[in-house]
Design a protein around this ligand. Structure first.
Ligand SMILES: Nc1nc2c(ncn2[C@@H]2O[C@H](COP(=O)(O)OP(=O)(O)OP(=O)(O)O)[C@@H](O)[C@H]2O)c(=O)[nH]1
Ligand SMILES: [Mg+2]
Length: 448
């Protein structure tokens, strides 16, 4: 037990030494920390983002100003006033800090207009909630219908505000919204009508659990968790340290017992226990071996799957995985790297994954490795995206990348789920995650 108390103290120190900007543990001296602001947590990552979108001149900037009760974003009667996104950090009480983003209008013509639209689409993919503003006098514009379709693909929360209602509301607009099963709020920024109700709706609609946990929600008080420390010969220790510490800390907070051992100590560790542990966490590389050694009734998963779940959406990846067996000779598959600075990941992307897939399918595919911030526009007819876990990226950065794939309607799976599948350890590795397991059953995978 003393070990855990010591560990908890260490955790507090680690938290202070931890450079969140790079998501690495930086072993800086305390004096260095005092002299630099590198250890400041970028607030944007922890604030839910609410984006205000819509056509030009509908009153987006007026709404932002009404929500914060300040003249912050420029309002004018000429369409196209907001050209670049306007961000405002704000305490939306009683919820807390949020980031409000006012955007350029979406229906502009020409090259510049297109640029602004794609900028707005990128903003959508970074949003936790979107407020679409419509003009009460008009019918739905094709660009607005396209906007709703994109929001739908992203699975992001959306509130529709019909503004300028003092002019009367177009009945055809109302029936078009009804047809699309879109509920709306009627407001007037000019007359200050409906703003408070809209604000309350925004607060209620923001997703809870903005900062997800790695382990806490799948273990209970008194559970025993065995964490098999992965072989760190090739992977720099500092990269894994952060996640290992988070796991240990969450188990500690949950009043679970966590036992750390090396792979070659697992057998001895298990035989020293009176009962089997509730959960074993290991590494993708040794998952097959361990799953053969440990009885089926013991839940087993990998650290990378816990991280994937924390940073993204296992259900989305399962749907992408389903497409793997449908790939044909010559099909284009993107291997998408977010953390290109580690040579080991380079090797996984360019060698390990392609050869595992080609061996499994017995087909020759056209693999394209992409490590840019956004997928290049020339990428057409892509059958599958294989996404890295993004271990050195924040949850939001991974989410933006996945949203891009969603907007392009391309199925996406990530490294850890794909490797577990190819190694024949599915669905066992998702056994601790109820929702993912249900999705697996719903998709009715053929057994590997
Ligand atoms: N009558 C009336 N006018 C409004 C209302 N809300 C905004 N306006 C006016 O509509 C015009 C456009 O408002 P903005 O807030 O600049 O609209 P926007 O959507 O940000 O426009 P762009 O930045 O050009 O895309 C301004 O003249 C506002 O005063 C409203 O509820 N009623
Ligand atoms: Mg504006």
């Amino acid at each position: 037990m003393n070990f855990f108390i010591a560990l908890n103290l260490c955790w507090n120190v680690f938290c202070q030494l931890f450079d969140r900007e790079n998501n690495f543990l930086c072993l800086k001296s305390l004096s260095q920390m005092e002299n630099t602001d590198n250890n400041i947590i970028p607030l944007k990552d922890f604030r839910p983002q609410i984006s205000i979108v819509g056509r030009r001149n509908v009153g987006k900037s007026s709404l932002l100003n009404k929500l914060i009760n300040q003249e912050y974003s420029k309002v004018s009667e000429s369409p196209g006033t907001t050209i670049l996104p306007v961000e405002k950090e704000y305490e939306l009480l009683p919820l807390g800090p949020v980031l409000l983003v006012d955007t350029a209008g979406i229906e502009e013509e020409g090259e510049l207009g297109e640029k602004r639209i794609s900028q707005t689409i990128k903003i959508l993919s970074q949003s936790d909630l979107v407020v679409v503003v419509l003009d009460a006098r008009d019918r739905l514009h094709p660009k607005e219908i396209e906007l709703f379709a994109n929001i739908d693909k992203l699975d992001v929360g959306c509130i529709v505000a019909v503004n300028k209602i003092e002019f009367g509301t177009n009945q055809r607009l109302l029936s078009e919204l009804k047809e699309l099963r879109i509920t709306h709020f009627e407001i007037s920024c000019k007359e200050n009508v409906g703003i408070e109700d809209l604000k309350r709706k925004i607060i209620r609609s923001l997703p809870q659990n903005h900062n997800q946990v790695l382990l806490k929600d799948i273990i209970s008080q008194g559970d025993t968790v065995v964490f098999v420390i992965p072989e760190t010969r090739q992977i720099p220790t500092y990269k894994l340290l952060k996640n290992q510490i988070q796991l240990i800390s969450e188990a500690f907070e949950q009043e679970s017992i966590i036992i750390l051992c090396r792979e070659d100590e697992l057998k001895a560790t298990l035989s020293n226990l009176k009962n089997y542990p509730e959960l074993i966490i290991t590494d993708s590389d040794n998952i097959k071996k361990i799953s053969n050694e440990v009885p089926e009734k013991v839940k087993l998963t990998t650290l990378s799957l816990l991280m994937s779940r924390n940073k993204s959406d296992l259900k989305l990846f399962l749907r992408g995985l389903k497409k793997l067996d449908q790939l044909q000779n010559g099909d284009k598959v993107i291997i998408s790297e977010l953390c290109s600075r580690h040579p080991i990941e380079d090797e996984i992307a360019s060698v390990k994954i392609p050869s595992l897939i080609e061996h499994y399918l017995n087909k020759k595919l056209n693999f394209i490795k992409v490590s840019e911030e956004y997928f290049p526009e020339y990428l057409t007819d892509v059958k599958l995206i294989i996404q890295c876990i993004g271990c050195s990226k924040s949850r939001n950065e991974v989410r933006y990348k996945l949203n891009e794939a969603k907007l392009l309607d391309i199925p996406v799976v990530n490294y850890s789920l794909l490797i577990s599948y190819l190694k024949g350890t599915m669905p066992r590795v998702i056994s601790p995650f109820k929702e993912a397991l249900l999705e697996w059953e719903r998709l009715k995978f053929s057994s590997v």
